[in-house]
Design a protein around this ligand. Structure first.
Ligand code: URA
Length: 211
């Protein structure tokens, strides 16, 4: 597993505003999109490309284009949805699939409640969007699910991670090739599995509290 933490003053600035409990939902949503676009720039460093011939107004030259099939972007509902716009801004021709996974707050088990993905992901490059890598339970289940469908290379784009979650991914995914691109690795999880210092419940801060 390869973990990349983006070290950039604009990322750190936007993240600090996101963490602030007084940042409103509209500003929070906007900042998540902006941050994801910055993270996506790094996350797509290995995106597959193929050579193309381009005719400029002056001469013919060689360029590159995104290879087919296009990358598949998979936001994990609900909070991952807030990251989709920022990701597709950078790769507008990506395919998008959806995976609805939630943590049962009592048992902490992961439940898959929705799925809209191609049946066959053989050889596909997949970008998973999930803002908070906390216990790692959701992301680990999502990655295993995608590998079972045949995905070849999986890159997770997250805003924050807890060291416990990263450790769990390392333990549970052993040899599978997974990249994780992040804005920060925070201190720890608290007793409710929230990331400390974190930014609170990302879904609630994006979309409000739903009981
Ligand atoms: N999910 C969140 O939204 N926030 C956390 O801190 C942990 C999990």
């Amino acid at each position: 597993m390869r973990v990349t933490v983006l070290d950039h003053p604009l990322v750190a600035h936007k993240l600090s505003v996101l963490r602030d409990k007084d940042t409103s939902s509209p500003v929070f949503r906007l900042l998540v999109e902006e941050l994801v676009t910055l993270l996506a720039y790094e996350a797509t460093r290995d995106v597959r490309v193929e050579p193309v011939t381009v005719q400029t107004p002056v001469a013919e030259t060689q360029g590159i284009a995104l290879a087919h099939p296009r990358p598949l972007v998979v936001p994990i509902l609900r909070a991952g949805l807030g990251m989709l716009e920022g990701m597709t801004r950078l790769i507008p021709t990506a395919e998008v699939g959806f995976l609805g996974m939630a943590r049962d707050d009592t048992t902490l088990d992961i439940i898959t409640y929705a799925e809209r993905l191609p049946d066959d992901l053989t050889g596909r490059q997949v970008y998973v969007l999930d803002p908070m890598l906390a216990t790692g339970g959701t992301l680990s289940e999502a990655i295993k699910f995608l590998y079972r469908r045949g995905a070849e290379q999986i890159t997770c784009v997250c805003l924050l991670a807890a060291p416990e979650g990263l450790e769990r991914l390392r333990r549970e995914l052993d040899d599978n090739e997974v990249n994780v691109v992040l804005a920060s690795v925070d201190e720890r999880l608290d007793e409710n599995a929230y990331i400390v210092p974190g930014l609170g419940d990302a879904g609630d801060r994006l979309y409000g509290v739903v009981d």
